[in-house]
Design a protein around this ligand. Structure first.
Ligand code: HEC
Ligand code: HEC
Length: 204
């Protein structure tokens, strides 16, 4: 039997595809996480972008739930311009992830150490914020919003910019949240929101 050049080429391509496909499937969590880190910072600590949350040290449950919320569209991520100028959001980022990818990424970031950002804060507001927090939020965001085991994100030590956006979206109802938390938010005044943010920023 005589092969034409094209046949040989075809065979080589098929062989390459056979090899490449399983490689892609096990591309590995480190490869995936590299893309996440472009926005979320090295190891999930958001040192570069003040409007992006740190995700290092969150519980695996929180990360998995959140990525699933983005994937289904239950949580709408804000539009975000990548360094190359292309616009995306967390919904698009999560769309391409399989259940296994999400589990692996959740485990990866849960294993990183959360590093609180150093920021200036208004000490008088912090006092007021601490009181509001203890009364309305500590039950689910324990240890001053630092305890990942609550499965409710880490609030303390996040950038002020990010907290302002989320708190405002939660207050206006633009972002949905557990019913019991929404009830607390409905009762908050604008001044209390501001004080809470200063409190979370002050925990470093
Ligand atoms: C283009 C930038 C960008 C990329 C890439 C990106 N993210 Fe995000 N991520 C964001 C922004 C911005 C937010 C806040 C979005 C919002 O809900 O408005 C966010 C939010 C999150 C949250 C929620 C955190 C919280 O405190 O509630 C998780 C979890 C998350 N991202 C995980 C990931 C993972 C895992 C990847 C990689 C598969 C990834 N992100 C890739 C920008 C990005
Ligand atoms: C009944 C429990 C509960 C109470 C009370 C509660 N929260 Fe939450 N909170 C959660 C859970 C669970 C999440 C994560 C789930 C989600 O994003 O829908 C969350 C998420 C958040 C987030 C988003 C964090 C992020 O990075 O995405 C903010 C901000 C927040 N809470 C602030 C507060 C504040 C401020 C109070 C008090 C006024 C409060 N919460 C009271 C359970 C609660």
């Amino acid at each position: 039997m005589k092969f034409s050049k094209l046949d040989v080429f075809g065979t080589v391509i098929s062989a390459l595809i056979l090899v490449a496909a399983p490689l892609a499937a096990v591309a590995g969590v480190d490869e995936m996480a590299k893309e996440c880190d472009e926005c979320h910072g090295k190891g999930g600590n958001s040192t570069e972008h003040k409007d992006v949350p740190s995700i290092a040290g969150f519980s695996a449950v929180t990360i998995e739930d959140t990525l699933n919320q983005y994937k289904t569209g239950d949580r709408k991520g804000m539009k975000y311009k990548e360094d190359d100028g292309e616009e995306t959001d967390m919904n698009k980022e999560a769309e391409e992830l399989s259940d296994e990818d999400i589990k692996a990424l959740a485990k990866h970031y849960a294993g990183q150490k959360f590093i609180a950002h150093k920021q200036d804060f208004d000490a008088a507001q912090v006092k007021k914020g601490a009181k509001v927090h203890d009364k309305s939020c500590e039950k689910c965001h324990s240890e001053g919003g630092t305890n990942a085991a609550d499965d409710a994100a880490i609030l303390s030590g996040q950038w002020r910019d990010y907290l302002e956006t989320q708190m405002s979206d939660l207050h206006s109802g633009k972002r949905d949240a557990p019913k019991k938390m929404m009830k607390k938010f409905e009762k908050l005044e604008d001044g209390e929101i501001k004080a809470l943010i200063e409190y979370y920023v002050s925990q470093q």
